[in-house]
Design a protein around this ligand. Sequence first.
Ligand SMILES: [Zn+2]
Length: 194
Amino acid sequence: MRGPQITAIGEHLYWSYANLGMAHAALSDGALSYGRMHYIIRSKLYAGLTTGSMRIGSLKDDERLKMLLPQACCYCGSTQELSLDHLIPAKKGGLDIADNLVWACKRCNSSKGATDLLEWYQRHGGFPPLLLLRRYLKIVISFSVENALMETSIVNPPALPFSLDAIPLDYPDLRHLRLWIIPLETTATPCRDK
Ligand SMILES: [Zn+2]
């Protein structure tokens, strides 16, 4: 199934978010491949977000989820030498707010440094867990809305605190995706955006 034509930053971000919603739904269903319902979720989410009839779930949903997650490095799952890391690096304008902070072990923290989250994953040939990517996308989308960047052309965009090119428009096969770095033992269903 082909994606929409993408010319604005908002379309790029929403298409990535819609793919994330589809992947999240499929993983939650325990599906091994995408079914018709999953593609419908993606189309509806993208159409709803771009026309403004839907909004991405509040970061508060993630906040609730964060309390259910075991305290471990969000990049490797280690529970040793944890400290708080900025998803959007402080040096690039990432805020010192709870939404932008995740647990990271000393090793991952110093390896990532001020590198963009998604560029860092690309460098290691990996793909972030969906709930981490969702948090990142939500921050990036709320930044872009607040700074009136959603309608801005993707050609020669202004300086951004995130790497637009690294935000995926195509996601890896379901077999290579996971919700979190370590299996979630909680029975609580991570919230879906409606
Ligand atoms: Zn780590």
